[in-house]
Design a protein around this ligand. Structure first.
Ligand SMILES: [Zn+2]
Length: 60
């Protein structure tokens, strides 16, 4: 039976019948997902913190 290596804990994990493949368990799956989301939604700190221009003066 083929085995894969869990990307989170590097444990040898059976491929067939594994609901959480390529992870060995739900915990490792969530850990990897959490890290991925953290990378994705990380806001770059180089954005200048300036207020939006006032555009409500010419509303007639
Ligand atoms: Zn694992």
């Amino acid at each position: 039976m083929p085995h894969v290596t869990c990307p989170t804990c590097s444990a040898p994990t059976p491929w067939q019948g594994n609901t959480h493949r390529p992870f060995c368990s739900l915990s490792c799956r969530l850990i990897d997902l959490g890290g991925w989301l953290d990378e994705r939604y990380r806001v770059p700190a180089e954005t200048p913190d300036e207020p939006p221009p006032p555009d409500d003066d010419d509303v007639s």
